[in-house]
Design a protein around this ligand. Structure first.
Ligand SMILES: *Cc1c(COP(=O)(O)O)cnc(C)c1O
Length: 391
């Protein structure tokens, strides 16, 4: 079975967490992450969404409108709501997955406090459009959601630096991981100080119990994704037993995880510190897999391929198909697990259903027609996937 994702963790991470992490692991992780992202500051959080929630507070936004994509991870509007603000959704462009920045003026009002520019699936947002918006609306903060785009570049410029701050997600399904966790990077000293203050004020220290749970989770995850076990785990997942562990949202409610207000554990930071060293090889493998898919799928009309943009880092390689279930089954029969991420358009969800869903037709269409092909294993796995799907 080829899994849809395989966390890029190995023995080095296991060794680091078993060695009783140093008590300053979190700050070392922050320094190393700031260096990687080429930004002055990085602050670690238990989740990306906790970071976003406190960032909005640190920016002094309250009862403001925050523009974000209709097609993104649902934890983003959850964090906006928790911060006391209101999400305003934007549809995708019809030739790529990111929100349509050309139409952003129609969503801007005097209450707009920030725009969450998201480089979905690792496809960089158009930074020329972002500069234009910043010039026209200097009071509106641009926040880069980089949870999918670890240092993606638009025409050679890293997207994470093009705004007041950037949000990274570091859970086990992301490009880089610290088991759970998130990071906010910034070059603004005042914001950095305010955000540290928010963190001190709102987050409890990680307890010994949390440290132990994270350690246990990492130790359980590692074998779960190694090949002899994966088929079994996948069977269990399909049977529904694992659902309460892997599901991260409930259609009907806006909530945060129970431990969203405790700090990142030293165990997670220790894993993250080691994981950062894999950055180059992780990205190279993903890009090589994407290249292989572009080259070998362009001649078939069965998949609509994503845009081929240099500077993308491919958290996911997303193709579109008229009938997703047929392909998921076909993949399964060939021993390939295909992903269906992101399989919802947020304004269509029960919890955000206040907007008429008809105003986000493209997000709705993408949510029903996209599948993602495994990119974690480079050319070697991509070749097996192409062979399995096209035979
Ligand atoms: C994963 C993710 C986040 C952050 O998620 P957390 O689980 O809170 O760390 C933010 N935005 C997007 C688009 C994501 O995929």
């Amino acid at each position: 079975m080829i899994p849809r994702l395989k966390p890029p963790i190995g023995l080095a991470e296991l060794r680091a967490v078993l060695r009783l992490p140093a008590s300053d692991s979190v700050s070392s992780f922050e320094r190393k992450f700031a260096r990687l992202s080429q930004q002055k500051y990085a602050i670690a959080f238990p989740y990306g969404r906790t970071g976003l929630y406190l960032l909005l507070k640190a920016l002094g936004l309250h009862r403001n409108e925050i523009i974000c994509p209709a097609y993104t991870c649902v934890v983003v509007p959850h964090a906006i709501v928790f911060s006391g603000n209101r999400p305003v959704f934007m549809d995708c462009a019809d030739n790529h997955f990111n929100m349509d920045l050309e139409k952003i003026e129609s969503a801007i009002t005097p209450r707009t406090g920030a725009i969450i520019a998201t480089s979905l699936f690792g496809y960089p947002v158009d930074l020329n459009r972002i500069s234009y918006i910043r010039k026209r609306h200097p009071d509106i903060h641009i926040i880069q959601d980089c949870a999918h785009s670890f240092l993606s570049q638009w025409e050679g410029r890293p997207v994470n630096r093009a705004g007041i701050a950037a949000v990274f997600g570091l859970n086990i399904s992301k490009t880089l991981t610290s088991i759970f966790g998130g990071m906010i990077t910034s070059d603004d000293r005042h914001l950095h100080r305010r955000l540290l203050r928010e963190r001190d004020q709102h987050l409890q220290p990680a307890t010994v119990k949390k440290e132990m749970m994270r350690l246990a989770y990492l130790l359980a995850t590692y074998p779960a994704f190694s090949s002899p076990f994966y088929g079994l785990i996948n069977k269990i997942e399909r049977a529904g037993f694992l659902r309460r562990f892997v599901d991260y949202y409930d259609e009907a409610v806006i909530d945060m995880p129970p431990d969203f207000n405790t700090r990142m554990s030293q165990v997670e930071a220790a894993a993250g510190i080691v994981n950062i060293d894999r950055y180059e090889s992780i990205i190279n493998r993903r890009r090589a897999a994407a290249r292989y898919y572009f080259d070998h799928l362009k001649s078939t009309d069965r998949f609509q391929l994503p845009p081929d943009i240099s500077g993308a880092t491919y958290s996911h390689f997303v193709v579109r198909v008229p009938d997703r279930n047929v392909w998921l089954k076909k993949g399964m029969a060939a021993g390939i697990q295909l992903g269906e991420l992101i399989e919802y358009s947020i304004p269509e969800m029960e919890s955000y259903g206040c907007n008429p869903p008809a105003s986000f037709p493209i997000a709705g269409r993408y949510s029903r027609t996209s599948i993602n092909l495994p990119v974690w294993g480079g050319v070697h796995i991509a070749a097996r996937v192409v062979k399995g799907l096209l035979s």
